[in-house]
Write a protein that binds this ligand. Structure first.
Ligand code: FES
Ligand SMILES: [Fe+2]
Length: 361
């Protein structure tokens, strides 16, 4: 992993973009458990009541009383109990009891609660790029996948992809950067590896799109065909669809196996390393219809991850060009940047206009 380069993060319009951020898989926060974490400098604590196991609460990590770290506390009677003076906070952050005080528990006695959700087993919290808007409800919910909710699709795997150096904007940049697909993703790799399979290449036909139903969503479709020893095999044509639910902090990769069913993989990126906004934990969680064989699902997931590795190798070292030199074939990139602008903090705090084409482009 290359060391931090301040100039690299300074090249982006802002280090952080607002959106839903994953902080754990469902299995990592059992009912009755407490977990401290940090995202973009916000110190938070999550807990899960044993009496209401589906409810996951995220509060400010430091107690509003005298500042103890609530992640050192415990869940008692459905409340998060501070280790210092035993104040108890309900799932909504309200103080429910103070063991040594007879004073009435005013509504104002509360820890700040953050918007959170259990998205198909990925626990997420919403963090606005403009922190003064953090009390407002999130501008969009994460879109659930119907096959999972109705039981057709089941969990097939999850993985912690470790820490990777990138700015989240690169996910969206990547989706609208049509030429790179051929040069970076034109080879077939052994699933889960960087090893190329000799004689097998892939051609891509990529289209970027904005979601007509949700202004914060966009994505791309990739129609890919395999070539064996230079010969194109039309029968291998397959279409994958990638959707961004927001800025790229939560992504969905979908794939349909003709006559067998669907699979979907959720990929999340979270800046959770204090003091280093470019370091992101990458998480994966995938589901498939019960009718899709396990080996087929593993093959597609492994291929996706090996192609992603090629992008990660570039993103770890690349800079953002606010005024890129673009060819006419690359106009989608500017359309994407216009869409993406909504996730940056208000313009006053940006270092550069995210959409500023060069005059000679
Ligand atoms: S610091 Fe938490 S109860 Fe006193
Ligand atoms: Fe890519």
């Amino acid at each position: 992993m290359p060391p931090p380069q301040p100039a690299q993060v300074d090249s982006y319009p802002a280090p952080f973009v607002g959106g839903w951020y994953a902080f754990a898989h469902d299995e990592e926060l059992r009912p009755g458990a407490v977990m401290g974490f940090e995202i973009d400098g916000e110190k938070l604590v999550a807990f899960r009541s044993a009496t209401q196991p589906h409810e996951v609460s995220v509060l400010d990590r430091h107690c509003p009383h005298l500042g103890a770290d609530l992640s050192q506390g415990q869940v008692t009677d459905g409340c998060l109990e501070c280790p210092f003076h035993k104040w108890r906070f309900g799932c909504d952050g309200q103080v429910n009891s103070i063991p040594y005080s007879k004073a009435p528990l005013r509504l104002g006695l509360r820890a700040r609660r953050w918007w959170s959700t259990n998205f198909h087993g990925v626990l997420c919290v919403y963090i606005d790029a403009n922190r003064d808007r953090r009390r407002a409800p999130p501008p969009y919910p994460l879109r659930r996948f119907a096959n999972i909710d109705d039981g057709r699709a089941v969990l097939r795997g999850r993985r912690d992809g470790g820490l990777c150096r990138l700015h989240i904007a690169e996910l969206a940049e990547n989706s609208a950067d049509v030429p790179h697909f051929q040069y970076l993703h034109g080879h077939m790799n052994l699933p889960f590896t960087r090893l190329r399979i000799p004689g097998v290449t892939i051609s891509h036909d990529v289209e970027w799109f904005r979601d007509p139903d949700q202004a914060e969503f966009a994505g791309f479709r990739d129609h890919a065909v395999l070539h064996l020893l230079g010969r194109r095999f039309e029968g291998t044509k397959a279409t994958a669809e990638v959707r961004f639910f927001g800025p790229g902090s939560v992504m969905q990769f979908g794939f349909t196996f003709p006559k067998l069913g669907d699979m979907v993989l959720f990929q999340t990126h979270t800046p959770e390393v204090p003091g280093d906004p470019m370091m992101h934990r990458v998480r994966f969680r995938w589901f498939a219809d019960r009718t899709v064989p396990r080996a087929l699902v593993s093959y597609v997931v492994g291929s996706w991850m090996s192609q992603l590795q090629a992008d990660l190798d570039i993103w770890a070292n690349k800079f953002y060009r606010a005024r890129p030199m673009l060819m006419p074939e690359e106009s989608q990139l500017l359309e994407m940047r216009r869409w993406y602008k909504q996730f940056y903090p208000d313009a006053t705090t940006q270092r550069a206009d995210p959409v500023a084409p060069r005059a000679d482009a």
